[in-house]
Design a protein around this ligand. Structure first.
Ligand SMILES: *[C@@H]1O[C@H](CO)[C@@H](O)[C@H](O)[C@H]1NC(C)=O
Ligand SMILES: *[C@@H]1O[C@H](CO)[C@@H](O)[C@H](O)[C@H]1NC(C)=O
Ligand SMILES: *[C@@H]1O[C@H](CO)[C@@H](O)[C@H](O)[C@H]1NC(C)=O
Length: 441
């Protein structure tokens, strides 16, 4: 416990330093920031970081705000931040568990997070997900995309999303096109974890033997959709786009690669809503938000977005979706049914399709509302200047199907992060008082 505390303090100190550096770089001296903001309840105002820190014990406090290193951006500090974050998010596959992996994971789920920030058990749970015996396999239970639902020894349910594309395949065409990317699902989970949203179910890569691990435990109705092409085992399952043996997916010989997504505990019910910024999905037909730049003003006064965390949850979600290139979030799923239930970041298969295209419209909730959680902004600042790709690359190396995403995708993340921060800065320039939201939870 004590070790954890010290470690947290160290991270925090480094994070604050980097935040401060970033903040200087980002804002320059354009803003003199005040600690006032006698602002209504929820809408915060960036406090004067320096006056807060000067007398404190923090590294920033000791170094002093006038230090040239900080104004210029100190690369030694950046490397230290990268090293700290790498070690913070490193998975330990052998961490001893007090309970079964499934029980530990089930107990983690809370109203506003699916796993805790400090979760040393995560590695062991992901390892279990990647290796435990599959005791039954069936169709995916809903949706448009082909998948299997499996039960692992010990009763844990999970969804297997199969591999369709090679790592360097680029999805062209509409920003929401193409079959699910199993590898994108894995990368998105870790990205969501690195930005401390913690709103995505656990995911790990896994290669399964169709003949040894799936067929002996598959339901008849699933088995009926199996076929083979050129000696490779294929299946087409059942889903909206699943028709027959022309719409199926094939293993590499007997081995099918996929992402295994851990199902949430039964007592946590997901509730689906239409996303206020959903696309029309019709060529030539625009959604309301595409026609009306003031659209957010209307959403802001509508239940359940008029109060509580819902609207800012959508902004967080659009940040993740923009980073990964997911233009297909037409539904939102909340964990529970209360007005402060979190918007989960579930189902990230439509991601990492095209590293050369940044779909700006995904950010509409951010640039139309011009609001962002202070905490989110802080996390993004820490990740700029290439920190994000470096830390994520190192985390993804640990996945059983590494390399999870190609280099151009990692670089796209850094580039898109920059765009997000520029967007926030543009908002701050227009209306410095109402952009950063504090304490809406
Ligand atoms: C950057 O910061 C570190 C740690 O505070 C310090 O030791 C180092 O001298 C600084 N580097 C430069 C180039 O100023
Ligand atoms: C099967 O293999 C042949 C010869 O290697 C190849 O021409 C054909 O495209 C393959 N069929 C499929 C569906 O992969
Ligand atoms: C696919 O299904 C059709 C019609 O049921 C069948 O004629 C064909 O042989 C099947 N192809 C393969 C590769 O199993």
């Amino acid at each position: 416990m004590r070790k954890l505390q010290l470690w947290k303090v160290a991270i925090l100190a480094l994070a604050i330093v980097w935040l401060f550096v970033s903040y200087k770089i980002l804002l320059g001296s354009k803003y003199s920031l005040h600690s006032n903001a006698a602002n209504e309840d929820r809408i915060g105002y960036l406090q004067d970081e320096q006056s807060k820190k000067d007398n404190s014990d923090s590294v920033v406090g000791r170094l002093g705000g006038d230090n040239q290193d900080f104004k210029n951006g100190n690369w030694t500090m950046r490397d230290a931040v990268i090293a700290e974050l790498k070690s913070k998010y490193r998975l330990n596959f052998d961490f001893p568990l007090q309970d079964t992996p499934w029980e530990v994971a089930a107990q983690w789920v809370k109203q506003r997070e699916i796993h805790p920030e400090y979760a040393p058990e995560l590695g062991s749970i992901l390892h279990a997900l990647a290796t435990q015996k599959i005791v039954s396999a069936d169709f995916g239970i809903k949706g448009t995309q082909l998948k299997m639902s499996v039960i692992l020894e010990g009763g844990q349910m999970a969804i297997f999303k199969p591999k369709w594309f090679s790592r360097d395949h680029v999805i062209k065409g509409s920003p929401y096109g193409g079959a699910d990317r199993h590898n994108g699902e894995i990368a998105a989970f870790h990205l969501i974890r690195l930005l401390e949203f913690r709103r995505a179910p656990l995911v790990v890569g896994r290669r399964v033997s169709m003949k040894k691990e799936i067929m002996p435990v598959a339901t008849d109705r699933l088995l009926q959709t199996f076929y083979s092409i050129n000696g490779s085992t294929c299946f087409y399952g059942r889903c909206y786009y699943c028709k027959d043996n022309t719409t199926g997916v094939c293993a590499d010989g007997d081995i099918m690669e996929g992402a295994l997504v851990m199902w949430l505990p039964k007592q946590w019910k997901l509730k689906m809503y239409k996303h206020p910024w959903a696309r029309s999905y019709h060529k030539g037909k625009l959604a309301r938000w595409e026609k009306d730049p003031e659209y957010c003003d209307k959403v802001k006064v509508t239940e359940p977005y008029h109060s509580g965390p819902r609207l800012m949850d959508l902004v967080d979600t659009c940040i993740i979706d923009y980073l990964v290139g997911n233009a297909d979030r037409h539904l939102i799923e909340t964990l529970g049914t209360q007005s402060d239930s979190m918007v989960t970041m579930i189902d990230n298969g439509k991601s990492f399709g095209n590293p050369n295209h940044d779909e700006f419209s995904i950010l509409a909730p951010l640039y139309q509302c011009c609001r962002i959680r202070y905490n989110t902004w802080e996390k993004l600042l820490i990740m700029q200047e290439g920190v994000l790709s470096q830390v994520l690359r190192s985390v993804l190396k640990q996945d059983p199907i590494s390399p999870v995403i190609s280099e151009p995708h990692l670089q796209a993340l850094d580039r898109r992060l920059k765009t997000i921060l520029e967007q926030v800065q543009a908002c701050l320039q227009k209306n410095p008082k109402n952009v950063l939201v504090k304490d809406d939870l």
